[in-house]
Design a protein around this ligand. Structure first.
Ligand code: TRP
Length: 436
């Protein structure tokens, strides 16, 4: 079975080295594994939740798309798209919203965090909180469930959202699945080691700490300058340095082979100067991302090329999303109105099992009718009529009115019938007549 891996990046800024190591590089490596089918996308609907600057949204999604491509994403192999190019995603979001409990959304970290901050500041609990923020996890669940992803590589802070996606998938399957499951239950994949690429000051690399090493911004010069600002202890050149616990070494490790890691540690213990260590770190990182930077700059000079790649990706993604969404719409009852072909068929089917009136003339010259069950058993026998038309009228009335006409009709119930058998037969006929 193919393992479907899916992840998205919110497009509010540019990617830094920590994003590259923690998300982009990992995801691209995973996409090359046999048996994996990958979906990567720009979560630009999510970006709107955090950002109301159109220019920033526009720049960010372009830069992030260019970064994925420059980093070696093979768009023949993977499905690569912008969330906002897939209208099935917001549509699915609504179907999921209708089966998501509000209480669970109250507990979502991002929303709760914002509420707590408001309360701490003495404000109204919901001050400045949009429904976008509140429903954020449902949109994310739709991202994941739309493509029935098995595995979702995310940072630790997103683990709760994957749990929520599982819950809502389960609930939808239960409510509408009718024995078949629409959605796979996704699992988070969290790589703790890579998650924690430290920033310049040793804390997690993050824009909000201003401790970021840029990925492509500022070119090689920007990379070198950032590395120069990595905080180290104050040991002098020649003094032995302890590599374990140094975040400079941790960053080095993220780009080094095992042999390089060992050699770097030995050099530090032997007194390598921090300045020299930083030069080695720069060379190591630039050997990996330098060629990517060249591709990145070429792509950024031709946004129309990126656009073409993304539109092809959207077509590929929608080819998969649209049929699933159609099934889901059917499942919840949003169906096309069709001619009543199906019910009529049902009626003709039961017709063959219905009792049958037979009209005939006896040797006495009178007209009679009788009712036989589908299996031929006699249910009812009429008296004789002088006119065939009279017999026909009674047959028509019994067919139309069923049991209601029985008391008045000049007929006799057949002997030895099971209780209610005649009534049942007549009512079945009346029901079939009504359906016609
Ligand atoms: N919320 C994720 C983040 O901020 C981005 C994201 C949106 C995502 N949709 C997703 C990640 C679906 C994985 C799967 O990091």
């Amino acid at each position: 079975m193919t393992l479907r891996v899916l992840t998205g990046i919110t497009t509010t800024g540019t990617l830094h080295l920590g994003n590259y190591v923690g998300a982009v590089r990992r995801a691209i490596a995973a996409s090359r594994e046999a048996g994996a089918e990958s979906y990567f996308f720009m979560a630009d609907y999510h970006a709107l939740i955090k950002c109301d600057e159109p220019g920033r949204i526009e720049a960010s999604r372009l830069q992030i798309a260019a970064t994925w491509l420059a980093a070696g994403l093979d768009t023949e192999r993977v499905t690569f798209y912008r969330q906002s190019d897939i209208p099935e995603i917001p549509e699915l979001t609504w179907l999921l919203t209708c089966v998501t409990s509000k209480g669970q959304m109250n507990r979502a970290h991002a929303y709760k965090g914002a509420v707590d901050a408001n309360l701490a500041a003495g404000e109204d609990a919901d001050a400045g909180i949009t429904m976008g923020l509140y429903s954020y996890p449902i949109l994310m669940a739709a991202d994941i469930l739309m493509f029935n992803a098995h595995r979702v590589p995310v940072g630790k802070d997103q683990a709760q959202h994957i749990e929520m996606a599982r819950d809502v998938a389960q609930r939808f399957n239960h409510l509408f699945g009718d024995g078949q499951d629409f959605f796979v239950l996704p699992e988070a994949s969290i790589d703790e080691e890579m998650e924690l690429l430290p920033g310049l000051d040793g804390r997690k690399m993050s824009k909000s700490y201003d401790n970021v090493i840029p990925l492509f911004e500022g070119g090689a010069k920007g990379l070198r300058e950032a590395i120069a600002r990595i905080v180290t202890d104050s040991r002098l050149p020649g003094e032995p340095k302890e590599p374990e616990g140094s975040h400079l070494v941790q960053i080095y490790d993220a780009f080094a082979s095992p042999a390089q890691r060992q050699a770097f540690r030995e050099a530090l213990r032997a007194g390598l100067a921090w300045g020299e260590a930083k030069q080695q770190l720069f060379e190591l990182i630039d050997a990996e991302i330098g060629p990517m930077r060249t591709r990145y700059e070429a792509l950024m000079a031709h946004p129309e090329q990126i656009e073409a790649v993304l539109m092809a990706g959207a077509a590929k993604a929608r080819a998969q999303a649209a049929p699933l969404l159609q099934r889901l719409r059917e499942a919840v009852g949003l169906r096309r109105f069709r001619p009543l072909a199906a019910p009529v068929q049902v009626a003709t089917k039961t017709k063959s099992a219905l009792p049958v009136f037979k009209q005939y003339r006896e040797d006495d010259g009178q007209f009679y009718f009788k009712l036989n069950a589908a299996d031929g058993e006699l249910l009812l026998q009429s008296r004789g009529f002088a006119q065939g038309r009279e017999a026909g009228q009674w047959v028509a009335r019994l067919k139309r009115e069923g049991t209601a006409a029985l008391a008045e009709a000049p007929v006799e119930r057949a002997a030895g019938l099971a209780a209610g058998a005649l009534e049942q037969a007549l009512d079945a006929l009346a029901a079939a007549a009504a359906a016609e």
